[in-house]
Write a new protein. Structure first.
Length: 209
């Protein structure tokens, strides 16, 4: 067995020498060099036209981002609206809630400046109007001037309107109404109207049932 070892070593060495000789005889692989291609006049416009197509995905990304931002803004607006509604329901439950609104019908004989609202001899609102707000009332808008809580039972509202009356004179008029508050919400509308027969403004109160 020991006599065969040198022969095995010699055979392995010979095989290694033959493999090394064969490997060295093969020429080393040469890197592929692309053959030069002369640019043609038609190739340049084609390449230029292809550039905007490659930039299209980059332009689409900001557009999709803007859409996501707009969607998030819409979600925030809806969330704020729901929170405001929930806040009102918590602060002003239906069984104690009372709301007072101001409206104006035509209003050519009265230029509204301010309104003061008293509830059970307590001033709850002093509001000074801007010209834009008065224009909104002329176009049919309704302003919520007061929102609060009242216990069930009899109550009284007194409203004072100040502004310019006929012949550009200062004008102040008040109106009063007594009402009963039950377990349902109470909505009261203070209305400013023109009286063509009297040629002066009129002020009345309507309680919505």
């Amino acid at each position: 067995m020991s006599a065969r070892i040198p022969s095995l070593i010699a055979s392995a060495a010979l095989a290694l020498l033959l493999h090394a000789a064969a490997w060295s005889a093969e020429p080393p692989p040469q890197p592929a060099v692309p053959s030069p291609v002369a640019p043609t006049p038609s190739a340049a416009p084609a390449a230029a036209a292809a550039e905007p197509k490659e930039a299209a995905p980059a332009a689409a990304a900001p557009a999709s981002l803007d859409n996501r931002i707009q969607d998030l803004k819409g979600d925030v607006i809806r969330l704020n609206r729901d929170l405001l509604v929930l806040e009102e329901e918590l602060l002003f439950p239906a069984n104690t809630q009372v709301a007072v609104f101001v409206s104006m019908d035509v209003g050519k004989m009265f230029d509204l400046d301010s309104v003061q609202i008293k509830l059970d001899d307590k001033v709850v609102t002093n509001y000074l109007y801007t010209p834009l707000e008065v224009q909104a009332l002329h176009r049919g808008g309704v302003q919520r001037a007061y929102l609060g809580n009242l216990k069930a039972g009899p109550h009284e509202i007194v409203a004072f309107f100040t502004g310019g009356g006929p012949h550009a004179r200062d004008y102040k008029r008040g109106t009063t109404i007594k009402f009963d508050k039950g377990t349902d919400p109470k909505y009261i509308e203070l209305r400013i109207k023109d009286s063509t027969g009297k040629l002066q403004p009129e002020f009345d109160v309507k309680v919505w049932q």
